[in-house]
Design a protein around this ligand. Structure first.
Ligand code: DC
Length: 224
């Protein structure tokens, strides 16, 4: 039995998992795993060298990737792959869609499984993803599942993008979010769904502060 505590935070894209997991990591002093970044990095590496639909070839690339997350401020980090800064490319919307495409493959998921488990080091781990509570850390002490309507997530994403000076269209964003949700929720391996023992938090219409107040109450009750 692994005694190192884990808190899992799962949910669809754009629901605020990043905000919640960063806040929890600061509060507890635990490490943080951004599992989506691993899928994104692998998708980018694969897109540069193999056919993305050749899942065996994509999976084979996983073990050779040297990935580092380097804190650049209290709530942000740079993503280095083989010593090079991939942060911008990894975070791009188009990369999320590529990641979702390779994430349907059992071979790809298996190739990233141990890598994710390796993040479980003392004093503890806050794990952000889609299947943290259902597959990767089934014995987590606290499991949260965040959800929000596609419209609300598209609206938040639009605001983030406009803050970053990137133009985007609400209807297109909504459509992309629905397509990615459908793929993530309907895949046969590790589909996006709450673990039976997860607490559900619907963040539609809630401010970030209101979401964090709910998270705080649940984490206090769980002894964190
Ligand atoms: O959280 P994110 O947007 O960075 O994730 C990108 C894609 O990676 C997402 O659409 C599905 C996949 N993913 C996954 O299948 N399992 C995870 N634990 C994390 C991400």
């Amino acid at each position: 039995m692994n005694r190192i505590p884990v808190i899992t935070v799962d949910g669809p894209s754009g629901v605020g998992k990043g905000m919640v997991t960063r806040w929890l990591a600061q509060r507890t002093g635990f490490h943080r795993l951004d599992s989506g970044a691993l899928y994104r990095i692998l998708a980018l590496a694969a897109a540069n060298s193999v056919d993305l639909d050749n899942h065996a070839a994509v999976a084979a690339l996983a073990s050779g990737l040297k990935i580092e997350f380097v804190g650049t401020s209290e709530d942000d980090e740079a993503i280095l792959v083989g010593g090079q800064d991939w942060t911008r490319e990894v975070r791009a919307e188009t990369t999320g869609a590529l990641a979702s495409r390779i994430a349907v493959s059992p071979e790809v998921r298996a190739a990233l499984l141990q890598r994710q488990k390796d993040f479980r080091v003392a004093p503890g781990l806050i794990a952000d993803g889609r299947d943290m509570g259902t597959v990767v850390f089934t014995d987590a002490r606290l499991k949260l599942f965040l959800d929000a309507s596609p419209e609300e997530r598209a609206d938040r994403r639009l605001k983030q993008l406009s803050k970053a000076g990137i133009a985007a269209n609400f209807a297109t964003l909504c459509e992309e979010i629905r397509a990615r949700d459908a793929r993530d929720r309907s895949r046969s391996v590790a589909p996006l769904k709450p673990a039976d023992d997860a607490y559900l938090i619907d963040t539609t219409g809630l401010s970030p502060e209101a979401v964090l107040a709910k998270v705080e109450a649940l984490s206090v009750a769980a002894g964190f």
